[in-house]
Design a protein around this ligand. Structure first.
Ligand code: BGC
Length: 751
């Protein structure tokens, strides 16, 4: 239905328009009955529906309707599977239609700067490319059902500590390359109906009133057309926010800030055009939903099965010594730990789902194998029960293998606060240690939203990372443990050996007022790889019950300009005996030396399913952005002339194939030549390179120097490169006038 929204706005009173700028209550927008504007409902999100009927809150305290709890983003990111995320989004979109929810509040795409951010479980990755790609697929899925999403939390909300007031201080390049990039990808690829601004300040300005973020970058640069809502209670100064580009304040402000908007317009402090612009954005979205409602049933059984499948494709097999997994169902297996019966499957806070059905590993495994179960430790606290402990050890001794269902209690990680450390509860670490002393076939199954330290890593034979796997986690775990399904997840984040190795360690969580992102772009593997630091498990790591080989890496062209695209292909073969999926990862390494860059960055991934012996060719298309970095001098993405390596790997630390490509930049950087410009800068610039070589060579021939000793000439060259033009005074006795003439001559090449 085509609506004349401009006409509706014309018919609205100032009060009605101001009213549209804040919530009616906790979950609804206001409507205007006389003009046929309906009041629509929004709901968390992101991995299930948290539709609250009666009491409302944004911290997951009060109940919501029974719904399906899908794996949290920490898990789904490990699937490295765009299609799977789209399927999950589609299912959630249908659930929203069934429950009359116009906008699902998610996905959360903030970058995992520190492993102890309390909300990491709700975010995808430490890598913006992965987070952006998966986030875009999720948004496309939800929105395919004509339900909106709210991509959150925009921006630089990477900790819970003082999240309502802290200022995240990051330089422009870091913001662009790391903290904004996932949002950019989603805005451009999936056109989300809404975005949610974060609580925090970014470089001193509240995200909710940050014009640079909400208008200059989001709308003017990226072309965003939806509306921006606030996080719940994130508004500081309402009128400032409206001017900056914040459209909807959530939840209700009890009319207080509506009044401020009215007053500002009446007093001439706020242009009514700005208000109209916001109302238009909101109404476009509201009618986009209500005009195309569909009648769908919420099929909880079907969605439960999808939740199991998603978790199965997401769990990461971290370690599998002596092929301890898959387990033989005919053997006697001890399941230890309460999580075997009541798994931890979701995080705390606003994303908390009231799951209607939860599958547990104990019951599911009981159907196919001989299981001895001992609770061993309580799932919700760090406390040793001597009797339980002793029973667990003796069960482990008598069994052929022991599977310890370990994990972080809910109180350890949640929205609202950060973790204090990266350890499992002491009682669990002690149990794993002692069980592994009596049982060489010890396997640890982890339920956690973010990385942990593993002091027992060398003592156990297998580790299966389930993350927070949603309500089907038990079933998925058993299918993977017994080889009914083949693990195919890959880590969407590095597992450092200890917290102190993390690049944000010295500057997390800041001084209470500001948190300085001093590690810059060196987040996660970008840091560990550059520093050559050992890690527990690298970004992208994940094992399978089969093996894969990579061959025949081909670049369609090996010499391009930054305006071209290039096709890359590689063959992947299942060389083992089991069917399985592998994620082919493509990294780019900048060899130009033009600026400080990570060793490699993920710029492509594809997941493929292969039967034993089968080969498939996987293709990637790379463009300028795959090679570029954000150049603050030109406020744009820049790809320097020179060589780059295209790498195909199984993780950021396991590169299988490499090919080089030469790229010519079509962008000429501005250069202001003066007496302090170095010869190196002039040599690097293609416009001045020849002229400066000629000047330097002239000197050589004048002095009849020879270059018998290569080392010396290399040394000379290095010295010359770092010297400024004014050095010609002492080298050649050039006076200031001659130097100025030379500068003018060189400047002629760059204008
Ligand atoms: C969270 C948001 C959530 C909102 C509504 C806030 O506390 O930060 O992610 O969507 O509450 O529950």
């Amino acid at each position: 239905m085509k609506r004349n929204i401009k006409k509706i706005i014309k018919d609205m009173t100032l009060e009605e328009k101001a009213g549209m700028c804040s919530g009616k209550d906790f979950w609804h927008l206001k409507g205007v009955e006389r003009l046929g504007i309906p009041s629509v409902m929004v709901s968390d999100g992101p991995h299930g529906l948290r539709k609250q009927d009666n009491q409302a809150d944004h911290l997951g305290i009060y109940d919501s309707i029974k719904a399906v709890c899908f794996p949290a983003a920490c898990a789904t990111a490990a699937s490295f599977d765009r299609k799977l995320l789209e399927d999950m989004g589609t299912a959630l979109g249908k659930e929203c239609q069934a429950e009359d929810i116009s906008i699902l509040l998610g996905p959360g795409v903030n970058i995992k700067r520190s492993p102890i951010c309390g909300r990491n479980f709700e975010y995808f990755s430490e890598d913006p490319y992965l987070a952006g790609e998966l986030g875009a697929s999720f948004v496309n899925g939800v929105q395919s059902q004509n339900v909106g999403t709210s991509v959150k939390h925009f921006a630089a909300n990477n900790q819970e500590y003082r999240r309502g007031t802290i200022s995240s201080e990051a330089d422009e390049r870091t913001l662009r390359e790391i903290y904004l990039a996932a949002f950019e990808t989603i805005v451009k690829k999936a056109k989300p109906w809404t975005l949610m601004c974060s609580y925090n300040k970014v470089n001193g300005v509240f995200a909710s009133e940050n014009k640079k973020l909400l208008t200059d970058i989001l709308r003017d640069e990226w072309g965003y057309e939806g509306f921006v809502m606030s996080d719940w209670g994130a508004v500081n100064k309402r009128v400032l926010g409206l001017e900056a580009g914040l459209d909807l304040e959530m939840p209700s402000s009890n009319g207080i800030t509506d009044g401020q908007i009215i007053e500002a317009v009446k007093e001439g402090n706020l242009s009514e055009k700005i208000l109209d612009r916001t109302v238009e954005r909101i109404l476009e979205t509201v009618f986009r939903y209500t005009d195309y409602r569909t009648q769908i049933e919420f099929d909880r059984e079907k969605d439960h099965d999808l939740a199991v499948k998603i978790e199965e494709e997401s769990a990461v097999l971290l370690k599998n010594e002596k092929q301890i997994l898959p387990l033989n169902p005919k053997s006697k297996i001890a399941f230890l730990g309460e999580y075997a019966k009541s798994p931890r499957y979701q995080g705390g806070g606003s994303s908390h789902i009231n799951a209607g059905k939860i599958s547990n590993a104990h019951d599911f495994a009981g159907k196919i194998a001989d299981i001895i179960y001992e609770p061993a430790f309580a799932a919700d606290r760090d406390e040793i029960n001597e009797q339980w402990f002793a029973d667990a050890i003796s069960a482990a001794k008598t069994a052929d293998a022991a599977v310890i269902f370990a994990g972080l209690p809910e109180s350890f990680e949640s929205e609202g606060y950060d973790r204090k450390h990266m350890l499992l509860p002491d009682c669990q670490n002690k149990l794993i240690h002692e069980v592994s002393q009596v049982q060489p076939n010890t396997i640890v199954v982890l339920h956690n939203g973010s990385p942990i330290e593993m002091p027992w890593i060398n003592q156990v034979a297998g580790i299966l990372e389930l993350y927070l796997g949603g309500q089907g986690v038990g079933e998925a775990a058993v299918r993977l443990l017994f080889g009914i399904a083949n693990p195919s997840g890959k880590l969407p984040e590095s597992f450092p050996i200890c917290l102190a190795n993390n690049p944000s360690y010295l500057n997390f969580p800041g001084d209470g007022h500001t948190v300085e992102y001093r590690e810059g772009i060196y987040v996660g593997y970008r840091y560990y790889d550059k520093k050559e630091l050992p890690v527990l498990f690298p970004f992208g790591h994940g094992l399978s019950y089969t093996t894969f080989s990579y061959t025949n890496l081909q670049l369609e062209k090996d010499n391009i300009t930054d305006q071209d695209t290039v096709k890359v292909s590689v063959d992947i073969t299942n060389t083992g005996k089991t069917a399985g999926k592998e994620t082919v990862q493509l990294y780019i390494s900048d060899l130009t030396g033009a600026t400080n860059r990570p060793v490699r960055e993920l710029k492509g991934f594809e997941k493929v399913f292969l039967y034993p012996g089968d080969t498939e060719t996987v293709e990637f298309i790379l463009d300028k952005r795959s090679f570029a970095w954000y150049h603050t001098g030109i406020s744009d993405w820049y790809c320097a002339t020179g060589q780059y390596a295209v790498e195909i790997g199984k993780s950021s630390r396991d590169i299988e194939l490499t090919k080089k490509i030469q790229i010519k930049s079509t962008k000429l950087l501005p250069i202001n030549i003066n007496e302090n410009t170095t010869f190196g800068e002039l040599l690097m610039d293609q416009r001045t390179h020849d002229a400066i070589m000629e000047i330097l060579n002239k000197r050589k021939s004048e002095k009849q120097e020879d270059t018998k000793d290569e080392k010396i000439s290399e040394m000379m060259r290095n010295m010359i490169e770092n010297a400024p033009i004014r050095a010609l005074r002492s080298w050649r006795g050039m006076d200031d006038t001659s130097i100025e003439e030379m500068i003018a001559y060189l400047q002629g090449f760059v204008e």
